[in-house]
Write a protein that binds this ligand. Structure first.
Ligand code: HEM
Length: 136
């Protein structure tokens, strides 16, 4: 990601932080609407999962200044996801759900530069997670 994209992404994420649980709730609602079968992969309490998801997103957004640090974190996350039964084909639905949810939550802040920033972020994250999964 380039520095402008990182700034734009962080601006968006800061706005979500005002209601982080609402963001995560909407994200999982979208995911299970698009990919109902993904629901069965989650065995934990979803309130706890929402907290873990938002905390991880915050760490990944924080780490963006260091490509090596964020790459290692993403690869390790992808490696752990193999154990949760996640397959490469599941990543598209998560990316779609994330962008739909972000567009909804960010309202007037959602524009082309915000969309590019988030699509690039998720594309790079998913690629590194899938790489990590393949090494697992
Ligand atoms: C934006 C990319 C993603 C992020 C930030 C993320 C984040 C997380 C986090 C923080 C956990 C908690 C456990 C851990 O840290 O290892 C987790 C668990 C999990 N994630 Fe993800 N994840 C992502 C992508 C996906 C994808 C593509 C799927 C596929 C549907 C998925 C399904 C799951 C499942 C099934 C669990 C385990 C829940 C359980 O313990 O029952 N995640 N995820």
């Amino acid at each position: 990601m380039n520095p402008e994209q990182i700034t734009r992404l962080r601006r968006g994420f800061a706005l979500l932080a005002a209601d982080a649980d609402g963001f995560a709730r909407r994200f999982y609602d979208e995911l299970f609407r698009i990919a109902p079968d993904a629901r069965g992969l989650f065995t934990v309490d979803m309130a706890l999962q929402r907290t873990k998801f938002v905390t991880m997103m915050a760490s990944l957004v924080d780490m963006l200044d260091s490509a090596s640090q964020s790459d290692v974190a993403a690869r390790e996350l992808g490696e752990r996801h193999v154990g949760y039964g996640v397959r490469e084909s599941d990543y598209d639905a998560v990316g779609t759900a994330l962008l739909i949810c972000l567009r909804h939550r960010l309202g007037e802040e959602w524009d082309e530069s915000m969309e590019t920033a988030w699509a690039t972020f998720y594309g790079e994250l998913a690629e590194a997670m899938i790489d990590g999964a393949e090494q697992a």
